[in-house]
Unconditional design. Sequence first.
Length: 275
Amino acid sequence: MNCITLLTDFGTVDEYVGVMKGVILTIHPAAAIVDICHDIPPGDIPSAARMLTAAYGYFPRKTVHVCVVDPGVGTNRAVLAARADDHFFVAPDNGILFPLLSRASVDNVVRVHNADFFLPEISRTFHGRDVLAPVAAHLLRGVSIADLGPPMPVDEMVSLALPRPQAAPDGGFVGTVTGADRFGNLLTNIESRHIDPMTGRGEAIEILVGGVVIPGLSGNYGRLDGKTCLALIGSRGILEIAVSGGSAKERLKAKTGDPVTVRRKKIPEEMKQDS
């Protein structure tokens, strides 16, 4: 499968994404190019890392994933190429790949040095065009990752510690808002595996965010009145806060880093007997 994905913070107002595609197609005319997203907030490396980790596994084996969120472009930061879980990744060494490679089955990571696979002229401000896009196209054409440069151990890469939920004294835990999608649904760092042990027989949970208490989980986005906040496990397997027909981001005036608390709520004995 001749597939390359692009994930950037370039937006689509300027020519940057289109030019990267032109470079790829010049080197490999048969490449199928898929846009994962170009609306990552400028320079938001954690959001890019989360999105790449959530998306790559749905693409065919040997897909080349190019991630360009690169506030350090033009500095001495490295460019990395990696093969993991039978996919290829090309990105700056600024933490974008670290969460993914820390979990994946990694075959090889190299520091990209071989200018034979770059464009002839390298700008100081657009390595996405001049380095990452051509390297990705050459990988898709069959160039060995080992030909791109020397090995780079994962533990020598720039690390990125994404915040994890913290246990609370009452047996629950506190996570954070990590962003919002275009519908205004709040995304969190709380995964279904954190919540599953809390929902055993005789127990329910409630979620606290932005001064609002949400009683338990909903099965979908559409069961309430368009004003009330609800919580559910979304397609990424993480806890989301939503307003059916509205925006939880606006309703709660929420921002990245705001706390989200999940705690047990005991069901009264009479309700257990009636159920």
